[in-house]
Design a protein around this ligand. Structure first.
Ligand SMILES: [Zn+2]
Length: 244
């Protein structure tokens, strides 16, 4: 059997050259659950700094290599997300920022609805974003032959990287709690995370045989669909909540 990480021909359960499991296969909806629960909880993963560095320097190429089988050096996407959500939770406990304070005027009613939702389910928003982004990238890049589970892995890394980018912002807000200032930072942050998602998706699917213009448009439209799905989901949940 050939090792997916280093292409060494190996016998037995582990590669003699790099140590990765020879049984490493494509992700499926069952295996990503397995991977998230079993590997995430019971194995001590190394490589968190390596993974963060890759996510910030060449994210699309790195995630593609990871999905195609070069897994041993990377920190598991789901464990990374859980760690980051925990960290974000503790940081937010210190800040106490209300979303209604920072969204545009004239949309107060919607902002309050959103605020209620965020207050009750602050971390769930990130978890909801993963399948929504996966539906969008899956639909616009079907020709690439990546399955839905592989899109979930891709998007779990994207959301994790976006949380990493909020961490300096959350720390800054603890020390400088000025609403006008936070508004500006929040808007800049929204733009940066969107550009980041575009960059990752573009890079990830760049080896799937799309022409450059097609790749650019598919990346943009998958993000537009993602934002529409996000809005629909949040408004629906908030509306249902407010009527109960
Ligand atoms: Zn190997």
């Amino acid at each position: 059997m050939k090792c997916l990480n280093c292409e060494n021909i190996a016998e037995g359960n582990f590669c003699e050259n790099c140590g990765q499991k020879i049984s490493t296969r494509r992700f499926s909806l069952i295996s990503i659950f397995d991977y998230a629960v079993l590997n995430g909880i019971f194995s001590v993963n190394k490589g968190i700094l390596f993974t963060v560095k890759k996510l910030l320097t060449k994210p699309g190429h790195s995630i593609r290599e990871y999905i195609q089988g070069k897994r041993i050096n990377y920190f598991n996407a789901f464990t990374l997300l859980l760690l980051l959500l925990t960290l974000a939770y503790f940081l937010e406990e210190f800040t106490g920022i209300k979303l209604a304070d920072i969204t545009a005027e004239g949309s107060e009613e919607f902002a309050n609805l959103l605020e209620e939702f965020m207050k009750e389910y602050p971390r769930i928003i990130y978890l909801i974003n993963i399948p929504l982004l996966a539906i969008s990238s899956y639909l616009f890049f079907r020709k690439s032959k990546y399955n839905f589970a592989e899109n979930i892995v891709l998007d779990t890394y994207i959301i994790s990287a976006q949380i990493i980018m909020t961490l300096p912002f959350s720390i800054l807000v603890i020390f400088y709690n000025n609403v006008e200032f936070i508004k500006i930072i929040y808007n800049i942050y929204s733009v940066i995370t969107l550009i980041y998602a575009f960059w990752v998706i573009y890079q990830f699917f760049s080896k799937s045989g799309y022409k450059k213009m097609s790749l650019i448009f598919r990346s943009i439209f998958s993000l537009i669909l993602y934002m529409i799905l996000q809005l629909i989901t949040i408004v629906s949940i908030a509306l249902v909540k407010s009527h109960i």
